[in-house]
Design a protein around this ligand. Structure first.
Ligand SMILES: [Zn+2]
Length: 366
């Protein structure tokens, strides 16, 4: 068995991937969930796309460079696809944005402060068709090991749930005979509305998975699951994830190969706003493992503002003790909250031990 010793990695715009690959290999990393690889950043592609505007000068191909360097050292490369978040598309098609119950579209500054976060409605058929084109383009052209679906959800803020865009309201009206904006949480009809909403996300994941497997057999699909705003360590948080974000981990299970619940346990700021101990990481790992019946690669926090390297290591260990098949450290690379090299002396203790055990197993088998 191979545990995922992963990193959520956001490369710099111009980066020596050989050096990065050597550094990660030295620290026993075997999987990179590579940001900017899927649909880029701000909606601009970092590979020569026929569909999307380009972020890099002609002839530059970040994804090809990364694949060559990481694969050269045996590190799997998973293309990170920021499903709901695409500022370029949002600006071209503002009517595709998700809409909150009070009518506020999911963009800055009305919905939140983050200037780069525009959340499209995951149920919008035109946007779904566009996403499938992006998946097919990447999977056809690049020997990726898989795709990691991020923002594969509805947005959610304490100010209210989504999505009440024209498409969702009219489609639900046609399906259920009622305008969902008239439904109140906890009252009759609310549960049916939640089921419909989650089914839109599940169906999008199903179609992305079919596209990926058709274009690149053997590549795997992972979904990042949003556990933010959790107030407890109880099993009921799994239902809260569905209610807030439209992610039904039981319904999604036939369509994905793994889940990465984003278990940043101490992040007392926007946009995650969560304060727990490392025990919460273990509890949530277990509940999602049970509800989903799929391997869990917990995305654990290494952001140094709020966790020490020792705590980061404990979070990873607790997750694996609770039944995860590995961890994806969040974040590394060019994200502002990424740690420096101080993280590695502690993380080496986890990743290094796993790597040595796996090597010993392989020798035994041989
Ligand atoms: Zn919508």
């Amino acid at each position: 068995m191979t545990f995922v010793r992963g990193v959520f990695y956001c490369p710099w715009r111009h980066e020596d991937f050989d050096e990065t690959a050597r550094m990660l290999h030295e620290h026993h990393v075997n999987v990179v969930s590579l940001q900017r690889a899927g649909n880029g950043w701000f909606g601009y592609a970092y590979y020569p796309s026929a569909i999307k505007p380009h972020a890099l000068p002609e002839g530059e191909d970040l994804l090809a460079d990364a694949l060559r360097a990481f694969h050269g050292l045996g590190i799997a490369v998973r293309a990170h696809l920021a499903v709901g978040n695409d500022p370029a598309i949002a600006q071209a098609h503002p009517d595709w944005l998700a809409v909150r119950r009070d009518g506020v579209a999911a963009r800055p500054p009305e919905a939140w402060d983050s200037g780069s976060y525009y959340h499209l409605c995951p149920a919008r058929p035109e946007y779904q068709a566009y996403l499938l084109q992006v998946v097919a383009e990447i999977a056809q052209a690049y020997p990726i090991d898989g795709i990691d679906l991020d923002y594969i959800r509805y947005p959610w803020t304490p100010a209210g749930p989504y999505c009440y865009c024209a498409h969702c309201r009219s489609t639900y009206q046609d399906t259920a005979g009622i305008d969902p904006v008239t439904l109140e949480p906890g009252q009759e009809g609310w549960e049916q509305w939640l089921t419909w909403r989650a089914a839109q996300v599940t169906d999008l994941v199903r179609r992305i998975g079919e596209t990926l497997r058709r274009e690149r057999p053997g590549a795997t699909l992972m979904a990042y699951i949003a556990a933010w705003y959790a107030e407890t360590s109880d099993r009921s948080e799994v239902a809260k994830i569905r209610e807030r974000f439209g992610q039904d981990v039981t319904a999604l299970a036939p369509h994905v190969d793994a889940y990465a619940p984003m278990l940043y346990h101490n992040y007392p700021h926007e946009p995650f706003t969560i304060v727990h101990g490392v025990g919460w990481v273990g509890a949530m790992t277990r509940w999602i493992r049970e509800a989903g019946g799929r391997p869990v690669w917990s995305a654990t926090q290494v952001a140094p503002r709020d966790v020490s390297p020792l705590t980061a290591r404990l979070a990873a260990e607790v997750s694996m003790t609770a039944g995860s098949e590995g961890v994806v450290l969040f974040p590394l690379g060019s994200i502002a909250t990424s740690p420096g090299p101080e993280i590695w002396p502690e993380m080496d203790k986890v990743f290094g031990r796993l790597a040595r055990l796996e090597l010993a197993d392989r020798r035994e088998e041989a």
